[in-house]
Design a protein around this ligand. Structure first.
Ligand SMILES: *[C@@H]1O[C@H](CO)[C@@H](O)[C@H](O)[C@H]1NC(C)=O
Ligand SMILES: *[C@@H]1O[C@H](CO)[C@@H](O)[C@H](O)[C@H]1NC(C)=O
Ligand SMILES: *[C@@H]1O[C@H](CO)[C@@H](O)[C@H](O)[C@H]1NC(C)=O
Ligand SMILES: *[C@@H]1O[C@H](CO)[C@@H](O)[C@H](O)[C@H]1NC(C)=O
Ligand SMILES: *[C@@H]1O[C@H](CO)[C@@H](O)[C@H](O)[C@H]1NC(C)=O
Length: 370
């Protein structure tokens, strides 16, 4: 590792801030529209048998009124609701083995990260995401303190056998979604108009939402293709979400050197023009959950082709064989600005950044097993 450093640094300074050796590829330099150059550097990596080490297991009543019994960490392990498999994938699921009486809540898991973030690039690689009649999963981030003043970002969310993922933002009053920003999804309507109000305190707490265009972004088609990768980018340029089904995952992502400028327009975005990021989003934990019935899956159940009622559906464990996250890994990258860089190929790095960059490079090499 030490021997590799001088070589890497030389290339880092004189070329495109890319460093390739036989075994490592370092982060690609990114540029914001305002000309700021930066790297996305690895910050947190949740995977394998240590995946669950740095999360709280939420055991309260479901705030969305699901008929669910969120388990403790110990109970989740003992009941086989969370575990790592031999191939390195991580399972997190609703109970699919217990027959229940009518109205009894089904056991499931809701976890939130100890780490709190004020921006970053969040990359979730999934082999499968949960779905099925009465099932309502979400992968999201949530600010600390009073909801919704520090913001909520719903990255993956859906119910039943939906095929289109739904992204949503919930904020304090005053944050507006710009429907003409560059993204491919469709803004959710309210009273026949694009709903641009992200304020979570009005409109039945719906916030503002964007439905993905791709049929492979949620449910059976997403799973049947081997899943894919969801990315949420949150910085002073706003919030943007990409989703890639397995065959479309960009190589720079797979290699751990993400460069969002190469990915084309996101599926959803919150433009900072009418929603100041620092004001509306802070101290976010990452959350995974799977609930059943409740405000969305329960209230919409009768309008689907799902059999019987949602409460009846809950009784038979065989109805929950697909209510499972199978996670390849979750990585969080942080933005390391490179001020002092001038021009495309040359320039110097501000000395105060050297220590951080050196540190980050050792981190990358370390994480990649050098
Ligand atoms: C939830 O599960 C716990 C642990 O198994 C159990 O003690 C509790 O009674 C369950 N709660 C409900 C409402 O079923
Ligand atoms: C919603 O926003 C889109 C994108 O700007 C626009 O094309 C569409 O016409 C809008 N729909 C309505 C009903 O205003
Ligand atoms: C975010 O967390 C920091 C550190 O705990 C705290 O000082 C700050 O007040 C929090 N911000 C908000 C908006 O709650
Ligand atoms: C589970 O997924 C399989 C494969 O898509 C499907 O055939 C089956 O009907 C699903 N079962 C339930 C209960 O949703
Ligand atoms: C329950 O879910 C797990 C994880 O998806 C799966 O391996 C197992 O076969 C399922 N059990 C039953 C009884 O369907």
């Amino acid at each position: 590792m030490l021997a590799a450093l001088p070589h890497c640094l030389l290339i880092l300074v004189i070329s495109h801030l890319q460093c390739t050796s036989a075994r490592t590829t370092l982060s690609t330099r990114n540029t914001d529209p305002d000309g700021t150059t930066f790297l996305w550097l690895p910050q947190d990596d949740y995977s394998g048998s240590s995946f669950f080490d740095r999360w709280d297991f939420f055991t309260g009543e479901d705030p969305t009124h699901g008929i669910v019994n969120y388990t403790t960490r110990d109970d989740a392990y003992a009941s086989g609701l969370v575990y790592a498999q031999e191939d390195g994938t991580v399972i997190m699921k609703g109970d699919n083995t217990t027959h229940l009486d009518h109205g009894v809540p089904r056991k499931s898991v809701r976890i939130s990260s100890w780490a709190k973030y004020n921006g970053g690039l969040f990359v979730l690689d999934l082999k499968k995401a949960p779905w099925g009649c009465g099932v309502w999963p979400a992968f999201w981030t949530l600010g600390s303190g009073n909801w919704p003043y520090t913001g909520e970002i719903d990255i993956i969310e859906g119910v039943h056998d939906n095929e289109h993922n739904q992204v949503a933002f919930h904020t304090g009053p005053g944050c507006l979604l710009n429907p003409t920003a560059d993204f491919t999804g469709t803004v959710l309507m309210r009273d026949g108009k694009n709903n641009t109000e992200c304020n979570g305190l009005i409109n039945d707490n719906s916030g503002c939402g964007i439905v993905e265009w791709s049929r492979a972004s949620y449910g059976p088609f997403f799973d049947s293709q081997g899943g894919g990768v969801f990315v949420m980018k949150w910085d002073d340029m706003g919030i943007a979400i990409w989703s890639f089904y397995r065959q479309a995952v960009p190589e720079d992502l797979t290699q751990g050197t993400p460069d969002p400028s190469k990915w084309g327009p996101p599926v959803a975005a919150l433009d900072p023009t009418n929603c100041n990021m620092e004001q509306y989003f802070s101290n976010h934990s990452i959350i995974f959950d799977i609930t059943f019935c409740g405000d969305w899956a329960g209230n919409s159940y009768a309008s689907t082709t799902c059999p019987g009622t949602c409460t009846e559906r809950l009784m038979d464990p065989n109805n929950f064989v697909n209510a499972t996250w199978i996670i390849n890994d979750l990585k969080v990258y942080r933005k390391q600005e490179l001020d002092g860089i001038v021009g495309a190929n040359a320039g110097t790095i501000n000395p105060r950044n050297w220590i951080g960059i050196l540190f980050a490079i050792s981190g990358v090499l370390f994480m990649q097993g050098m």
